[in-house]
Design a protein around this ligand. Structure first.
Ligand SMILES: *Cc1c(COP(=O)(O)O)cnc(C)c1O
Length: 397
């Protein structure tokens, strides 16, 4: 198969050539450990601080509020476990939603084993957290609210500013996993009342294994990784200079063209949604129609198995995902699709297609055409579909 249409940009993205170019010298000539005394290596400290300044400015934070980590999962773990441990004498209750990434949910599960209590908020049919339920869940011993900025499966953007406001009014810290939202949605941590925020390099055309956490100054946090004094004693380990440089370059490029990119991708996204909904019957769009990430689409095709659909799409050179990459391989339907109220048999037929700025209208037409044929073929083989059609027409087989 010559043609490759990559529509899984929520799982990971291609590193831009400019990003690779920016990184390369730091593997070879500029390999020094930033903590060394001699200027050859110590100048890499300045390189890191420049990156920190750029990243901070991109979310209206101060440089000293940015800490580089090994990626989105580490940032989520650090925020949740680090705050829980630092504020355990104040309280041991945390509020989250049912649709968080596993990096958040499984961090919380680990804390539950240590005696912390967690409230998992319901979401509405579009995946939006219910603010009145959030208010009701707050207790005297609540120390943290952790709710994602935008969902990685269905693309729904949460009311972050309102959540932050509620947290602030109650003197509770607010962490948001912005791995999917960063550079897709404008983020001003001050205006949005965000206390801690996670982001990742490889979701924004940067390298894997690098990310950052924003921690508002004045907040206490226990480190996750103990060791040297790097990252102001909050994240030990020799700094990954090439990856930090790559993250900075990727963020710079993404912020520079954000407006056009978002406009382009949203238009293409809407075209994909419209084409699929018009062409393929018994299809459901998951997530909020408008209030969603510019590159996210997520559908359920009734009477279809998502995994089978992915394999058939793969044979046509199309990369998509069913649920999230972390859950595929297991037979449980996505916890996100469950939380928006889909019955298991519908949730099993889900397909997420996430676009990039390299996706073209021709790609979309090709994908919709193949999808239409594949879905029709799979339904022809489905006894459930046959029964359904019979029941509709009143025919007796
Ligand atoms: C990808 C992703 C993560 C994990 O980030 P990594 O850098 O892969 O560890 C966390 N949260 C969300 C919402 C994601 O999409």
């Amino acid at each position: 198969m010559d043609r490759l249409i990559y529509l899984d940009n929520a799982a990971t993205t291609k590193v831009k050539p400019e990003v690779v170019d920016a990184m390369l010298p730091y593997f070879t000539e500029e390999f020094g450990n930033p903590s060394s005394v001699y200027s050859f290596a110590a100048k890499n400290k300045t390189v890191i601080e420049k990156a920190r300044e750029m990243i901070a400015a991109s979310i209206n934070a101060k440089p000293k509020e940015i800490y580089f980590t090994g990626g989105g999962s580490e940032s989520d773990n650090m925020a949740i476990k680090g705050i829980a441990r630092a504020y355990k004498d104040k309280g041991r209750h945390i509020i989250t939603s049912k649709i968080e990434h596993h990096a958040v949910l499984h961090s919380l599960r680990a804390l539950e084993k240590d005696g912390y209590e967690v409230t998992y908020l319901d979401v509405d049919e579009y995946g939006v957290v219910k603010l009145d339920e959030l208010k009701k869940a707050i207790r005297d011993d609540t120390i943290l609210i952790t709710i994602m900025f935008a969902n990685n499966e269905i693309g729904t953007i949460e009311p972050v500013k309102e959540i932050g406001q509620i947290a602030k009014e109650h003197g509770i810290l607010f962490h948001t996993d912005a791995v999917q939202a960063y550079t897709q949605v404008p983020i001003d941590v001050k205006e949005l009342n965000i206390d801690l925020m996670s982001a990742s390099g490889h979701k924004i055309n940067g390298p894997k294994g690098i990310g950052y956490i924003y921690i508002k100054s004045g907040i206490n946090i226990e480190p996750l990784i103990d060791g040297g004094a790097q990252e102001r004693n909050r994240r030990a380990g020799t700094e990954n200079v090439p990856a930090i440089v790559g993250l900075k370059k990727a963020a710079e490029l993404a912020i520079a063209n954000m407006e056009e990119r978002v406009a382009y991708e949203s238009e293409l996204r809407d075209y994909l949604i419209k084409s699929i909904m018009e062409r393929i019957p018994y299809t459901r769009l998951n997530g909020d129609r408008h209030n969603r990430l510019p590159n996210n689409t997520n559908f359920c095709f009734q009477f279809i198995e998502g995994e089978t659909l992915l394999i058939m799409l793969d044979m046509e050179g199309i990369c998509g995902s069913s649920g999230s990459a972390c859950t595929s391989g297991s037979l449980d339907p996505s916890h996100v699709l469950k939380a928006i109220g889909l019955p298991d048999e519908i949730a099993h037929g889900s397909l997420r297609l996430t676009l990039s700025e390299e996706t073209t209208k021709e790609d979309i037409d090709y994908v919709v055409d193949k999808l239409d044929k594949i879905v029709a073929r799979l339904r022809q083989m489905s006894t459930m579909y046959a029964d359904f059609i019979d029941s509709k027409t009143g025919d007796v087989r």
